[in-house]
Design a protein. Structure first.
Length: 294
């Protein structure tokens, strides 16, 4: 799945050498920049998605000063001692650069939902929200150099090579440990959340099993079995429950006739609505409403 990052910035004093070099993989985009710097260069950047700023090389006596706000006291980022900064989504990164002639760096953006789906597990939200500025990690830098080489190569290797490097780098930076295996046959938490939210939002129409299976990256039979193992209910029964929950809200919020409630909640007629309501609640809509309003 191609992922294009969205980013805003207000910068000055930079001249790009040779143009932007970019590679896009499944949920990850890497930009390689070579820039010349004026006597003063800097500004701020903010991106919709989490990203990494990795300083590969610099020329000059000075060092880029990196911080999260213009009022914050920054610290120099050095390509040998503190080259890596992780910036969460929607968080500003400010740079002040003096006495630096040129810098070479990587910007790596990633879609957390796509990466979670690929790994079949959720990324710890605390790790996603927590910035880490100016740190060093030998493995991350080795991966960054390989990614930079792949981006700059006139004839890149197979996409799976760069994709694997980029995914490994994100895993390493976020220190994602292998989770314990979940109960056999159940959905992963992200799959269950995505499926139930989709059913709730679309419960008034006929939801095809294929839609839910594609949403979670499973076959239809695998999804159906795992959904029931996770919830105790078949997908169709879960949708019916969501539809009846909506009907209950309408029954309590006004005095519209049962024919209208049935039509508004996707039932073919009042008889069908009453039959399904009694099957799932043990009583008719009229009696249920009377008891709840008593």
């Amino acid at each position: 799945m191609t992922f294009q990052p969205r980013m805003q910035n207000r910068i000055e004093g930079f001249s790009v050498i040779g143009g932007l070099k970019r590679r896009c993989w499944n949920g990850i985009t890497a930009d390689l920049w070579d820039v010349e710097c004026a006597a003063y260069a800097g500004g701020y950047y903010v991106a919709r998605d989490p990203r990494l700023f990795i300083l590969l090389d610099q020329r000059g006596r000075g060092r880029p000063d990196v911080k999260l706000s213009p009022r914050m006291r920054g610290a120099p980022q050095d390509s040998r001692e503190s080259p890596i900064s992780y910036i969460p989504a929607e968080m500003d990164l400010w740079l002040d650069i003096t006495d630096v002639q040129s810098i070479r760096h990587l910007d790596i953006h990633f879609d957390a939902d796509i990466v979670s789906q690929r790994l079949m597990e959720e990324i710890d939200p605390d790790k996603l929200r927590s910035p880490r500025l100016r740190f060093f990690d030998r493995r991350v830098m080795a991966l960054a150099e390989l990614i930079a080489g792949e981006i700059a190569a006139p004839a890149p290797l197979h996409d799976l090579y760069g994709d694997g490097l980029a995914l490994a780098l994100v895993i390493d930076v976020l220190k994602m440990m292998k989770t314990l295996p979940r109960k056999r046959g159940t959905l992963a938490s992200w799959q269950l959340r995505r499926a139930t939210e989709f059913i709730t939002e679309n419960c008034m129409r006929n939801i095809r099993l294929q839609e839910l299976a594609e949403l979670t990256g499973l076959s239809q039979s695998h999804f159906s079995h795992s959904f029931k193992a996770s919830t105790g209910m078949a997908p169709h029964d879960w949708q019916m429950k969501a539809r009846l929950d909506r009907a209950k809200e309408l029954l309590l919020s006004g005095d519209q006739p049962l024919t209208s409630v049935a039509a508004d909640t996707g039932f073919s007629d009042q008889a069908h609505f009453t039959r399904m309501f009694r099957k799932h609640t043990g009583t008719t809509p009229a009696r249920w409403k009377k008891v709840k309003r008593a």
